[in-house]
Design a protein around this ligand. Sequence first.
Ligand SMILES: Cc1ncc(COP(=O)(O)O)c(C=O)c1O
Length: 402
Amino acid sequence: MAKSKNNPPDSNAQYSARYLDLMSANYGSPNLAMIKGKGAYLFDSNGKKYLDFLAGIATNALGQAHPAIIKAVNEQIKKISHISNFYINPQSLQLAENLRSLFHDVEGKVFFCNSGAEANEAALKISRLSGRYQVLAAAGGFHGRTMGALSLTGQESKKAPFRPLLKDISFFTYGDIDSLKKVISKKTAMVILEPIQGENGVITPPAGYLKEVENLCRKNGAIFALDAVQTGMGRCGGWFGYESEAVEPDIVTLAKGLGGGLPIGAVLVSSKIRSFAAGEHGTTFGGNPIVSAAANAVIKTIKKEKLIDRGLKFQQLLFSQLLKFPEVKMVRGRGLLIGIVLSQPIAKEVVEELEKIGVLANSTSDEVIRIAPPLIITRREIDLFLKSFEKALKIVGKEGVS
Ligand SMILES: Cc1ncc(COP(=O)(O)O)c(C=O)c1O
């Protein structure tokens, strides 16, 4: 229906009804329509303001409407918005240069796609080029929803309706090196895991674990792949989120924060392993000039504003303040990907209260709240989050859990 000039703006409820009518039900029934954003804030269709401590699930690295992204996208769209892979696109070339300079292998290769799942699909295909086909992935891990990426995902509820999935994929216990030792062999093509398991509740493995995984891969001639889709692009104390250990993965997959809110995925492949030859893989939009321009702006801004170091500083502040709440049993994660583990199963209720107060976060289970604010977050906004969190805990504590 066309809107007349005098009609009030559509309310969240109206949007919700339209959503239920129109959209595939796979995301449930969201009840807020977001209309605009600025920095770390979002505004819904009723005009309510939210402090965004989720950032599109660790994706809007520079928040909303960042001037560097606006400028990069505007300038690029005036020149070229898309060309086929028959031609060279200088923006994606620049992005590949930027990414390779952050990778340990100066001769590595870069493949661009459009999402995290696609990046992991590509990693899976690259692993087949080794001549082996058995793949090991971590229980509880999440690698995406396409059939290959889903096959690598260690969460049964997401896989059950879609079986049979890919064969020859086995799972090991994340963080337990003995569990991997039991399944790895000279037949293993690739071991894939996240530096921190994001979707599984921000689970950080013990110090030294990733190095031990790498050593086992080297011993068995298996590809060592890290899925840095959620931990990557400056969110977890380094560019990819595994820098606390001296590892040199053969494959790193990226997406989410890379485009600062625009869709892009990437696979970094070490020169030590065989990557794609002509004709072996491809995608129409991968490395699209506009999205690549945005990603270049993201990298430049993270460097210029020293956002990685800032994230680590804010992690310390958040950890120390959050641990003061008696309701908080533990905090985990690194940089600005943090899991707040509560001593009672009230995470969903607390997230709901936060939303009412005007703060966005999410619960990955009944006990765990995940926060992943944009990297441009300020001290003032962190204080506002902490105050709101205290308030939400009080309300839920008084009301009890129904
Ligand atoms: C670690 C990890 N890998 C892969 C994916 C899938 O990414 P996408 O949703 O872009 O396909 C996600 C998404 O949450 C993720 O956290």
